[in-house]
Write a protein that binds this ligand. Structure first.
Ligand code: BGP
Length: 470
């Protein structure tokens, strides 16, 4: 089977992970700046210096057959404090970037928030403070008016990653652990922020499309015959996926979702969250008008029943077997025999992508257009002077298996309209710094030179032939 003629093949990026230039041209600080300074392990300068080298990266994209790119706007380049005064140099930068995309025939999919809340917004409670939702809507409306050249908008990248990593695993600032109350409140507020932006966009009657990007980790019981494992999977799925899928795609939370959420809160002796009827009306209005959903998929989870206290260890180094995830009132992540795992302990399971696409297709039938907005394999790579290219056969194998899963879902009725590899070029990883590379193009972070990897040539063949190369 072939991908349709109008299928998009793109590379994904995010402002904070590629741009560098974190202090240039009046950019305001973001939540990561202070945290990374304090941690002292690595920072986001120079990242891939995309702030200056975007023409080169777009030219490479074109040369290698790509016809789309995911970028994000750094909120704090436009509103350094998150609201108030506008920084014109930031506005000008994004105009130049979009003009270069147009010149190269590369369609930009533009995310408004990719984990980089301005520092002020963050210090005022980030997504837990309803006033910040209003600031986010104002920033979004400014962008919609200012950048008519953008035809595809994404409200928020992976709201689940923000909420869960901020307040359950503690891997994103403010690094709180096991606060399920804050997590679910942030999840709902993120849904609401997304909904308000969609509704504002639609009220402006612009000639473009708007969607959201979810990180979807397909969750299975470790032992399919165990009712306890199945229940642990349902609870973990509620935390990671269900609250977002229901809130943004269906536009309301069914009783079953609310019950599972409350079971987690009660088991952790934490207070319920606030959801008003007015909130639900906004969610519904947005879901009814949503143009597309983006799916980020890297791995699946296999859950076991677990009755002890929470204990998590994040693998931020690539030392295989170093991660732990046991959550009180939810369950424990395990490994299913026969399913390979990456050095970061992520089970490689393409069927999880197929199953997730079919789930959206079946459970949220109002969603007509899907994109795979991130998928890829992180590896430790280095290019020695006598090497011409990175032989990343493992990455090719990973992409190939996932592309075949996508084709299978398309054959079974899912309308997938494009695929964005994470990532276009090597870039900064939030919790791994420069130690986990995903790019089609290798970046020497000292010289900022780009080198196409073997996977870039493989991807070119796929984009040009619209088939998955053998
Ligand atoms: C997604 C994010 C990306 C990117 C990717 C890889 O969750 O949207 O921003 O970071 O994951 O993650 P990591 O660098 O942790 O492997």
């Amino acid at each position: 089977m072939k991908f349709p003629n109008d299928f998009l093949f793109g590379g994904a990026t995010a402002a904070y992970q590629v741009e560098g230039a974190t202090k240039a041209d009046g950019k305001g600080r973001v939540l990561w700046d202070g945290y990374l300074e304090k941690q002292g392990r690595f920072n986001a300068d120079p990242a891939s210096d995309f702030y200056h080298r975007y023409p080169e990266d777009l030219a490479l994209s074109k040369q290698f057959g790509l016809n789309a790119i995911r970028v994000s706007i750094a909120w704090s380049r436009i509103f350094p404090k998150g609201y108030g005064a506008i920084e014109q140099r930031g506005v000008d930068y994004y105009h130049k970037l979009f003009a270069e995309c147009a010149k190269d025939g590369i369609e930009p999919f533009v995310t408004l928030h990719h984990f980089d809340s301005p520092e002020n917004i963050y210090e005022d409670g980030d997504w837990l403070n309803p006033a910040n939702i209003d600031h986010f809507v104002d920033y979004a409306k400014f962008c919609f008016k200012e950048f008519p050249e953008v035809k595809y908008w994404i409200t928020i990248n992976e709201p689940t990653s923000s909420a869960v990593q901020q307040y359950v695993t503690g891997t994103f600032p403010p690094n709180e652990k096991y606060n399920f109350h804050k997590t679910f409140q942030a999840e709902h507020n993120l849904n609401l922020a997304h909904a308000r932006v969609v509704n504002a966009y639609k009220a402006m009657h612009l000639a473009g499309q708007i969607g959201i990007v979810h990180a979807l980790q397909t969750v299975y019981p470790l032992d399919p015959a165990s009712a306890g494992d199945q229940h642990a999977a349902d609870l973990q799925d509620t935390l990671d996926n269900r609250v977002f899928l229901d809130g943004t795609l269906a536009g309301h939370y069914p009783d079953e979702t609310l019950q599972l959420m409350r079971e987690i809160l009660v088991a952790n002796r934490q207070a319920d969250i606030q959801i008003s009827n007015a909130d639900e009306a906004e969610l519904q209005e947005a879901a009814d008008q949503l143009d597309f959903v983006g799916v980020n998929y890297y791995f699946s989870k296999f859950m076991k029943a677990y009755n002890g206290p929470s204990e998590t260890v994040h693998n931020g180094t690539g030392k295989k077997g170093s991660s732990i995830s046991r959550l009180q009132g939810i369950g424990e992540s395990g490994l299913r025999p026969g399913v390979p795992v990456t050095d970061w302990d992520w089970p490689i399971y393409p069927k999880g992508l197929y199953d997730q696409l079919m789930r959206i297709h079946q459970n949220y039938p109002n969603i007509k257009n899907l994109y795979i907005t991130e998928n890829g394999l992180g590896l430790k790579e280095s290019l020695s002077p006598d090497q011409h290219t990175i032989q990343d056969d493992k990455r090719i194998d990973y992409i190939q298996q996932h592309m075949n899963a996508i084709l299978q879902a398309m054959q079974d009725g899912v309308n997938v309209k494009g695929y964005f590899i994470w990532s276009l070029q090597d870039q900064f990883s939030w919790t791994n710094g420069y130690n986990k590379r995903y790019g089609l193009f290798y970046v020497d972070f000292d010289t900022q030179k780009r080198y196409p990897k073997k996977s870039a040539y493989w991807f070119k063949e796929m984009a040009e032939t619209h088939t998955v190369p053998a």
